[in-house]
Design a protein around this ligand. Structure first.
Ligand SMILES: Nc1nc2c(ncn2[C@@H]2O[C@H](COP(=O)(O)OP(=O)(O)OP(=O)(O)O)[C@@H](O)[C@H]2O)c(=O)[nH]1
Ligand SMILES: [Mg+2]
Length: 390
C-alpha cells in the first residue's frame, strides 16, 4: 500500500518473530531461557477461531472442523480444550508456541457460566507453575501460562451480548484479554466502525479489563505505534487459509465475494496484520511480562493469603468453613435420627400394650363362648332336651 507511515512499514515488513527486535536487556532474558508463548482463542461457536489460528500461522496447524462435525459437537456440551504446539525459530531464538483452541460456547440452551472451563484452564496453569516454583529443583519448569486470550465477538453489528460481557469480565480479570471482532468481511466498513465503538463503550462501561499496550514510553515511535494499536481495538479480523485471485491479478489469502475479495492481510479490509504483529512480533515480550508480573502475581498473592507455602490448593471439601458446615449437618442428622428412634420405640411399646389388651379381650370372649357352649350342651342333655330333639 502506498499511504503507509514509516513506523507502520517497519512494523509490517519485519518477517521474523520479533525477538531479534527487542531491546537488549530483555532480549538477553529471552535468549537465555528460550520462551514459551501461549495464545488461547475463546468465544462463541462458529466465529472462526480455528480458522483464525490456521490463518495466523499460515500452515495448517489445526484441522478445521467440517460443518457436520461442528453440528455434532454442539449437541454434546462438553468443552474440550486442545493444545497445539509449534516451535518458531528465528536465528538463535527459540519460541515454543502453544495455541490453545477451545470449542465455542453460546449455542446451548443453558449458557450459564459456560466459560468456566476456560477460567479453570487459566488458573490451573498458574497453579501448576506455582507448585513447580516451590520445588527445590526448578530447572525444567513447564510453563503453560496463557499470555494472550483472544476473545471472538460475533459480528452482529449491534452490541455485545450479556454472555460476552460476563465471560470477558471473568477472563480479563485473569489474563491478557484481547477482544476481536470475528468475520469482519460480513460488515460494511461503516457498520464495522460503529460496532467497534459500541464494543469499546461497553468494555469501558462494564469495567472489562483488556490488554492495552503501554504508551508511556520514552521511545516515541513505539508510543505512536501503541496508540495506533489502541485506536484499532477491538481488532477486526478475517480468517481464511485459501489463496484466491484478486481482480488486479494478485493471489492473496482471502474470501471471494461478488463485489471483490476480502483480503486477510490488507489493512484497509481488517486488522489481521496489526494483531499478528502485536502477538508474535512487537508485543510478545510485553504480553509475557504482564502475565508474569500482573496476572500470575495476582493469582500467587491471593493463593498465598489463604494457604501455607507448599500447601496444595484446597479442594472444596478441605475448606474450613465447608467442614464446619458439614459437622453441623452431621450433628443435626444424628439428633434427628435419635429422636425418630425414640418416637418409634414409644410407638412400638404402645402397639405391644394394645396387642396384649386385645389378646386379653379375645381370651375373655373366648372363655365366654366356651361357657355359653357348655350351657347349651347342658340344656340339650337336660329334662327339657326332648323339646329340641324331636
Ligand atoms: N465470512 C467469514 N467466514 C469465516 C471467517 N472465519 C471463519 N469463517 C467460517 O466460519 C465457519 C466456522 O469457522 P471455525 O474456524 O471452524 O469456527 P470456530 O470458532 O472454530 O467454531 P467452534 O470450533 O465450533 O467453536 C467456517 O465455515 C469458516 O470457513 C471469516 O473471517 N469470515
Ligand atoms: Mg474451532
Amino acid at each position: 500500500m502506498s499511504g503507509e507511515s514509516p513506523s507502520q512499514t517497519q512494523f509490517q515488513t519485519t518477517d521474523g518473530i520479533g525477538i531479534a527486535n527487542l531491546p537488549n536487556q530483555l532480549h538477553k532474558i529471552v535468549t537465555k531461557k528460550g520462551t514459551n508463548f501461549s495464545v488461547m482463542v475463546v468465544g462463541e461457536s462458529g466465529t472462526g477461531k480455528t480458522t483464525y489460528i490456521n490463518t495466523l500461522f499460515t500452515t495448517e496447524l489445526i484441522e478445521p472442523l467440517d460443518d457436520a462435525t461442528r453440528r455434532k459437537k454442539q449437541l454434546d456440551r462438553t468443552v474440550d480444550i486442545n493444545i497445539h504446539k509449534a516451535e518458531l525459530e528465528e536465528k538463535v531464538f527459540n519460541v515454543k508456541l502453544n495455541v490453545i483452541d477451545t470449542p465455542g460456547f453460546g449455542d446451548y440452551v443453558d449458557n450459564n457460566e459456560c466459560w468456566h472451563p476456560v477460567i479453570d484452564f487459566l488458573e490451573n496453569q498458574y497453579e501448576q507453575y506455582l507448585r513447580q516454583e516451590q520445588q527445590p529443583i526448578r530447572k525444567d519448569i513447564v510453563d503453560m501460562r496463557v499470555h494472550a486470550c483472544l476473545y471472538f465477538i460475533r459480528p452482529n453489528g449491534h452490541t455485545l451480548k450479556p454472555i460476552d460481557v460476563r465471560a470477558m469480565k471473568a477472563i480479563g480479570a485473569r489474563c491478557n484479554l484481547i477482544p476481536v471482532i470475528a468475520k469482519a468481511d460480513t460488515l460494511t466498513p461503516r457498520d464495522l466502525k460503529q460496532f467497534k465503538k459500541r464494543v469499546m463503550d461497553i468494555i469501558s462501561a462494564q469495567n472489562i479489563r483488556i490488554y492495552t499496550p503501554p504508551v508511556e514510553t520514552e521511545d516515541e515511535p513505539s508510543a505512536k505505534r501503541n496508540r495506533e494499536i489502541i485506536a484499532a481495538m477491538p481488532f477486526a479480523i478475517i480468517g481464511s487459509t485459501q489463496e484466491v485471485p484478486t481482480p488486479d491479478g494478485r493471489r492473496v489469502k482471502g474470501r471471494t465475494y461478488q463485489w471483490g475479495v476480502a483480503e486477510v492481510e490488507n489493512e484497509q479490509h481488517c486488522d489481521f496484520k496489526k494483531l499478528r504483529s502485536l502477538l508474535i512480533r512487537t508485543h510478545m515480550l510485553d504480553l509475557v511480562t504482564t502475565t508474569e508480573e500482573v496476572h500470575y502475581d495476582k493469582y500467587r498473592t491471593t493463593q498465598m493469603k489463604t494457604r501455607k507455602f507448599g500447601e496444595p490448593k484446597p479442594k472444596k471439601s478441605d475448606n474450613k468453613k465447608f467442614k464446619e458446615e458439614e459437622e453441623q449437618l452431621r450433628k443435626r442428622f444424628t439428633e434427628k435420627v435419635k429422636q425418630e428412634e425414640n418416637r418409634f420405640r414409644q410407638w412400638e411399646q404402645k402397639l405391644i400394650a394394645e396387642r396384649d389388651r386385645l389378646n386379653k379381650d379375645l381370651e375373655q370372649d373366648h372363655n365366654l363362648v366356651k361357657q355359653l357352649e357348655s350351657e347349651i350342651e347342658q340344656l340339650q342333655k337336660g329334662p327339657g332336651g326332648a323339646k329340641f330333639g324331636k
